[in-house]
Design a protein. Structure first.
Length: 346
């Protein structure tokens, strides 16, 4: 098998990598490659490994559109979201879908649940159906996904993030700055002992960028960051409860805590009340996401509100501009902001 550096590379606009090219790269027949995708149980493990290596090296995407339709673009836009069951991405999905549908396009949705391998599988499947465009979340992707995004001959948009150096269109905000914003708010309130609680989902790397922003703000104030990592198998409310119980066991206790999301913050708030804490007098709490329940808690939750709906609307508009469905030149960089919503908890 030839080395990756000698492999033929697909260039944008030059057409997709073919099954025959994968076969040559792997040193097998085209029938074996076809069987690898359609009947993998009939391919021996060593052969599967060779073919998989060739697929990844070339960024090959199997074309699932039959016969004469293979070169035609559909009116489907694929989107991969970390979590479609939670509230934080709901407005983005709805606004994106609503905007697309007004112009005759439909949304096809997949969830990765912060797992790079699941995201890669979804991206490969979507591209195999020749979508009109592809939307992915954040800039944290596996090498295989990165290759497919770079080689895709359809518009690609990264949402809920803002990384100007990257090639895909960017629609989102700087998570690092959100962490700085939350920490400086609490510092300005006079708090010195400020903790940060990470998400219990270990693949939520954007939350780690917010943690890093928090850490930077504390270092600049001459203070030591204090990070709690919940059990990775804990549900969000339970993870927040774990965090509160652990932090209450420290002496001295933190004066304020920033949580990676509102679910964690709510679990901690309720656990703190059970422990007899007066909030925010004994401890201030700040969340992220502005979930629908945030203003219904007692005390209501101070949180950072991401531009969820605006992200969906802007991303859909940029996709439609790329496709020529609406007038305008698609702006590659779209920096949006998060709003600090001050309520009773901090």
């Amino acid at each position: 098998m030839s080395q990756a550096k000698d492999s033929p590379r697909k260039r944008r606009g030059a057409g997709r990598v073919t099954l025959n090219e994968v076969a040559r790269e792997a040193g097998v027949s085209a029938i074996s490659v076809s069987r690898y995708f359609n009947q993998p149980e009939q391919v021996s493990p060593p052969l599967r490994e060779r073919i998989q290596a060739a697929v990844e090296a070339l960024g090959y995407v199997p074309n699932l559109v039959a016969g004469g339709l293979a070169s035609a673009r559909g009116r489907i836009v694929g989107m991969v979201i970390p979590n479609i069951s939670g509230p934080i991405f709901a407005q983005t999905i709805q606004a994106f879908s609503d905007t697309l549908s007004r112009h005759g396009y439909q949304l096809l949705l997949a969830s990765s649940y912060f797992d790079e391998a699941q995201e890669e599988s979804a991206v490969r499947a979507f591209l195999g159906w020749s979508p009109a465009a592809l939307v992915v979340t954040s800039h944290f992707h596996s090498p295989g996904t990165e290759k497919m995004l770079a080689e895709a001959d359809v518009p690609v948009v990264e949402i809920w993030d803002y990384q100007p150096a990257r090639s895909p269109l960017q629609v989102g905000f700087l998570h690092h700055e959100v962490g700085v914003q939350a920490a400086r708010y609490l510092l300005d309130k006079g708090h010195q002992r400020i903790a940060f609680v990470q998400n219990s989902a270990p693949g939520d790397l954007s939350a780690l960028e917010r943690r890093d922003g928090y850490s930077q703000a504390l270092h600049e104030a001459g203070l030591q960051p204090w990070v709690f990592v919940p059990s990775p198998d804990a549900a969000p409310f339970e993870a927040g409860k774990q965090a509160m119980q652990a932090l209450l066991g420290h002496e001295p206790r933190p004066q304020a805590v920033i949580f990676a999301n509102d679910n964690l913050a709510a679990g901690a708030l309720l656990a703190g009340q059970r422990a007899g804490l007066k909030l925010p007098e004994d401890m201030a709490i700040v969340g992220f996401g502005d979930y629908p329940f945030a203003d219904m808690l007692i005390p209501s939750l101070t949180t950072l509100r991401p531009p969820s709906r605006e992200i969906g609307e802007v991303a859909a508009r940029r996709v439609l501009e790329c496709l020529g469905a609406v007038e305008g030149e698609a702006q590659r960089l779209n920096l949006l902001g998060c709003e600090l919503v001050v309520r009773e908890s901090a």
